[in-house]
Design a binder for this molecule. Structure first.
Ligand code: C2G
Length: 129
């Protein structure tokens, strides 16, 4: 049974998130998703997510393509997470292209094209107007 792992914040869940998760799930039999903690998001993006980590975990876990969710608490623990969940494949959007190639010694690393013209930032802006 092939396990696929992916990471992300998945704030204000949208179709770009869904597509990358569905494509990742299609690569194997079990999809594990590391959802960034609120604190990690603050470090990565300099702002708090709109939805809390508990809400984001709940939303991602409810998707039919997702089998397991866990809280990603540090960017430096990727290798530990991959080993802990027995990942055969690490799948990420291509905004991270090349950034995770160092893990190709323990799993296959694949990057998917991002869905164009949809982003959490754009949605926040649209609502704000
Ligand atoms: N994504 C996508 N198309 C979009 C928007 C997002 O394919 N229009 C993908 C991203 O490429 C990523 C996933 O959806 O693979 C989650 O996106 P984010 O929530 O923005 O994730 P990010 O904060 O970049 O976290 O350790 C790495 C991270 O935690 C990634």
């Amino acid at each position: 049974m092939k396990t696929v792992l992916t990471f992300g914040t998945f704030d204000v869940l949208h179709v770009g998130h869904l597509r990358v998760l569905e494509r990742a799930a299609a690569l194997g039999e079990r999809l594990v998703v590391g959802v960034s903690s609120d604190e990690l998001n603050m470090q990565k993006k300099g702002r708090s997510p709109v939805f809390s980590q508990a809400e984001r975990l709940q939303l991602v876990a409810a998707l039919s393509c997702v089998d397991v969710v866990f809280l990603e608490e540090s960017l430096d623990l990727k290798r530990d997470y991959l080993l802990r969940y027995g990942a055969d494949i690490l799948a990420m959007g291509d905004d991270w292209k090349g950034r995770f190639d160092e893990f190709s010694d323990i799993c296959n690393v694949v990057y998917f094209e991002r869905t164009p013209a949809v982003s959490t930032t754009a949605i926040i802006e649209k609502i704000r107007l």
